[in-house]
Design a binder for this molecule. Sequence first.
Ligand code: GCU
Length: 428
Amino acid sequence: MKKPVLIFSVILFLVNIYFLKGQQFVANYDESKVPSYRLPDPLKFENGGTVRNKKGWDRRREEIFKIFENEVYGVAPGWKGEIIASELSSDENALNGKAVRKEINLTLKNGNRELTMTMLLYMPKNSAGSPVFLGYNFYGNHTITSEPGIAVTKSWIRNNKDYGVFENRASEAGRGLSSGYWPVEMIVSEGYGVATIYYGDADPDYDDGFHNGVHGLYDQERDGTSWGTIAGWAWGLSRAMDYLVTLPSVDPGRVIVMGHSRLGKTALWAGAMDERFALVISNNSGCGGAALSKRAFGETVGSINRSFPHWFCGNFRKYNEKEELLPVDQHQLIALIAPRPVYVASAEEDQWADPRGEFLSCAGASPVYKLLTGETFPADDMPPLNSPVMSRIGYHIRTGGHAVTLYDWQQYLRFADMHLQKKERATF
Ligand code: GCU
């Protein structure tokens, strides 16, 4: 081959690779371009046998759980440490006398290593055994209501001038700014407590090679199955639960784990890991949460692993642009929560999180709920906007974008009333 021709061919080859790769990394929002895929059957053992009853499901659940651990989120270590709770503040007349508000430092001690997470807890006044919503917040406990007594977090936070976060430190300027996400007064008025922790207390949301946060409580050789940050956050919720169950004001059998977006992924995995959570809520959790990975719609396994290399275990990267090889999909994550009630919420404009994929996960988990409880998921196709469907699996897609809104909370309260308060509420 002549030299110019050779050079030209090499250039053409490189250009081709560049564009082919580029194409793979562009998010697909076209339903007709969703690859054909087959979902693993949650009721078929890995050896092909069929699950026929609860006993069989217990064994199958174990199989599915192990695959999620080893291939998706990573294996979280067992906890044999000690939790020291110390109350930082207490207000018996919070929210205009409706609630008791406390801030509690939870220090997790594992040998000579320790980590402190600060919980903000609102309980209805005179509560003796109320149900509680437990979830992380994104910008610090002081952002979830405007009440002045709540300490501004001292933990590392991603810079955000809208929240008054500079040089990774929060400030007074953030107080109350997330109150739209947390309608605490309404929740407490309905008879529920709210427990929240700044998510960075459990594990700061950046890739530091797993030294800080909950990972730093252990001295671990890491491999492809070691726990990532989502597993770390989920594990932190279990430690929060360890504390909540000791409180007389809380009903240990009615703690609801809830989260939005990356924290919605976390809530689902926490619900799968820890069966003490009585009900699980995923708000706009998307890829690695409620959305089916094999659809590769919106955010994909490859894009999430590239943007957030610390969220999942190393093995999950094997499926970048190769979702068809995944031995599980996210409908099985929902199934791991069965028979406990689970609610998945999508938003019309949040196509990055693949609302249809979130809906299809609920439908895909339905046979497991049917086997265990006799109840199926009551929708064959996506319901219209703002028209929730609720059995033991709840789902809605609302108008609007990626956020937690009052509408979302109203549905969660209705769903929790149905299952945990045993009262019917027609609608808000
Ligand atoms: C990004 C990310 C999502 C995640 C979201 C969030 O958009 O790609 O996977 O859910 O952040 O947590 O806000």
